[in-house]
Design a protein around this ligand. Structure first.
Ligand SMILES: [Fe+2]
Ligand SMILES: [Fe+2]
Length: 194
């Protein structure tokens, strides 16, 4: 843990380290609340932004070096690359082989359909850590305590609205994540009626 923090301080700098530590704290509290494996959540949260402080050029060069296959949308921004690239880098740096941890890092920005509880918690903790401030965050924070899926659904809506407003590209995984949760919700309602 100390070694990881030392490496992180060098790599991502003081400010992002503070954000990271807030994400760890938030993620651990969600893990306790939702009975998720705290060890996995902690490592994934600690390392989720490992590749965040790189330029687009550096990110693309490293992705190529690692032989990482990235889709045409992901390669357009560091915001999208840093998840998959970070997962690949921490696998190398810290010899992390646990696929669930690596997936939690890979998909922490976009989300994806059918996320595990560890993935959901890292995604949400990054979204609602105490340093974040945006309209509607209090409702998502409150929802995260009782229902991870509903909280993620709200977070995805918020992200998609924000990206639409900025006229930014939206990664298909974000849309898939939202549709999946919507389908789950409708399916449950249908089951209740049956
Ligand atoms: Fe991130
Ligand atoms: Fe983050």
């Amino acid at each position: 843990m100390d070694r990881i923090i030392e490496v992180l301080k060098d790599r991502i700098g003081e400010e992002r380290l503070n954000h990271t530590l807030s994400v760890v704290e938030e993620a651990l509290s969600l893990a306790k609340r939702h009975k998720a494996p705290e060890d996995k959540v902690k490592i994934a949260a600690l390392l989720h932004d490992f590749a965040k402080n790189l330029t687009l050029e550096e990110s693309l060069r490293l992705a190529k070096e690692y032989g990482l296959k990235l889709d045409d949308v992901t390669i357009t921004s560091t915001e999208l690359i840093h998840g998959p690239l970070g997962a690949r880098m921490v696998k190398e740096y810290f010899n992390i082989g646990d696929q669930e941890i690596l997936n939690a890092i890979t998909y922490h920005t976009t989300g994806r359909e059918n996320m595990t509880t560890v993935e959901k918690i890292v995604f949400l903790a990054d979204f609602i850590e105490p340093g974040r401030e945006f309209e509607g965050i209090q409702i998502i924070r409150a929802k995260a305590l009782e229902d991870l899926d509903e909280a993620i659904f709200m977070a995805l809506d918020s992200t998609i609205s924000y990206l639409l407003k900025k006229k930014s590209i939206i990664h298909v995984n974000t849309v898939h994540a939202r549709n999946f949760l919507l389908g789950k919700r409708l399916g449950e309602n249908i089951n209740e009626k049956a």
